[in-house]
Write a protein that binds this ligand. Structure first.
Ligand code: CU
Length: 105
């Protein structure tokens, strides 16, 4: 679930293979949903000008560009085992706390 300003996965892990994320924006403003594979701690991803995660410097596996307030979106893909971060990369939202750790086993 997304809202101002947090990302709260219903579960913190999934099995490797096909993984679907049913994302609900429970907030009032638009948010994005990105699945990034990284061994960097969730709060230490490289940023551009302290405004957003530098998407050229991380491995974005899945994304939904915009989910308006109150709306839902589903995105799915094949995930390999590893550490991931789920985040919103609308400017300033990451630094405001819109990220969560996620593990694929
Ligand atoms: Cu956001």
């Amino acid at each position: 679930m997304l809202k101002e300003f947090s990302v709260t996965p219903a579960v913190g892990a999934a099995r490797a293979g096909s993984v679907a994320f049913a994302v609900r924006n429970a907030g009032a403003i638009p948010h994005e949903f990105l699945v990034v594979q990284t061994d960097v701690p969730p709060d230490r991803l490289p940023q551009k000008e302290q405004k957003a995660v530098d998407e050229t410097a991380v491995r974005v596996i899945l994304r939904v560009e915009v989910i308006d307030g109150g709306q839902r979106a589903t995105v799915a893909g094949t995930l390999s085992p590893g550490r991931y971060v789920l985040l919103c990369n609308v400017p300033s939202h990451y630094e405001t706390g819109m990220y969560a750790a996620f593990t694929v086993q």
